[in-house]
Design a protein around this ligand. Structure first.
Ligand SMILES: NC(=O)c1ccc[n+]([C@@H]2O[C@H](COP(=O)([O-])OP(=O)(O)OC[C@H]3O[C@@H](n4cnc5c(N)ncnc54)[C@H](OP(=O)(O)O)[C@@H]3O)[C@@H](O)[C@H]2O)c1
Length: 214
């Protein structure tokens, strides 16, 4: 796939690198310095380059949205026309202090995002794991028991693409249902973050759902 990274920080930088290693073509965009984007593209050691959000959007079929909630409008404006694009969003609708969700219960960040870009296809994914686990999970991707990763969205084709990327990153994709289910997955992401950063497990924490046999 041709993947544009909108937000090349902890999540976007790492996931973009893993997507390159999994054989995809990646454009890293949106960081405070172009040098950083070039370094990420160089270090990914594959089919990767640095670009602007406009280039990332124009040259890709799939976009990973990985910016703080306060930067979403800006990066979308810079990306330009997103009609028909699949947007896999790991952005959570956090306040500036990152202490609470600014959208919850009756809606979700994913649904608010879908309203901002009505012609794009939004899938919510990758936001229920700490960035610290990504490289380790990818490294262990050939093991049978992979960590789970929930995702949700309204359209089967874009969900299939997200599921492929989740598998490529080393996780077992768990389809949580339509995009409105992000109302439950986004608070769940905060639980995982709480356990990872303030619990005893430390940041290298991933979860696994087991289906118990009857
Ligand atoms: N980190 C996690 O473990 C985690 C887990 C689950 C969900 N999430 C969600 O994923 C999203 C991204 O999180 P993150 O931790 O990856 O954030 P981050 O490391 O801060 O990355 C955000 C990216 O946006 C860029 N950026 C910020 N302001 C900018 C500006 N004014 N102009 C250009 N670029 C700018 C940053 O540039 P620089 O690279 O130059 O700083 C960085 O590349 C957030 O919505 C977060 O809630 C994160």
């Amino acid at each position: 796939m041709r993947i544009g990274i909108l937000g090349s920080g902890l999540m976007g930088g790492k996931l973009g690198t893993l997507f390159v290693r999994a054989g995809h073509e990646v454009v890293f965009s949106y960081a405070r310095s172009e040098q950083k984007l070039k370094r990420l593209a160089h270090d990914a050691q594959g089919n990767a380059r640095a670009g602007t959000p406009t280039e990332a959007a124009r040259e890709s079929d799939v976009l990973l949205l990985a910016v703080h909630w306060s930067r979403v409008d800006d990066v979308l404006k810079q990306a330009g026309d997103l009609a028909g694009k699949v947007i896999v969003s790991c952005s959570l609708p956090m306040n500036a202090a990152n202490t609470e969700l600014v959208i919850a219960h009756t809606s979700s960040g994913a649904e608010a995002l879908a309203k901002k870009v009505p012609k794009a296809r939004v899938v919510s994914a990758f936001n229920t794991v700490p960035s610290e686990v990504l490289v380790g999970v990818f490294g262990a991707r050939r093991k049978a028991a992979r960590p789970s990763l929930v995702y949700c969205g309204d359209e089967s084709r874009s969900k299939g693409i997200a599921a492929d990327l989740i598998r490529d990153a080393g996780f077992d994709p768990v389809d949580a249902g339509p995009l409105r289910i992000a109302r439950y997955t986004e608070p769940f992401a905060l639980l995982v973050a709480q356990l990872a950063y303030e619990g005893k497990g430390g940041p290298n924490l991933a979860y696994r759902f087991e289906r118990l046999q009857k």
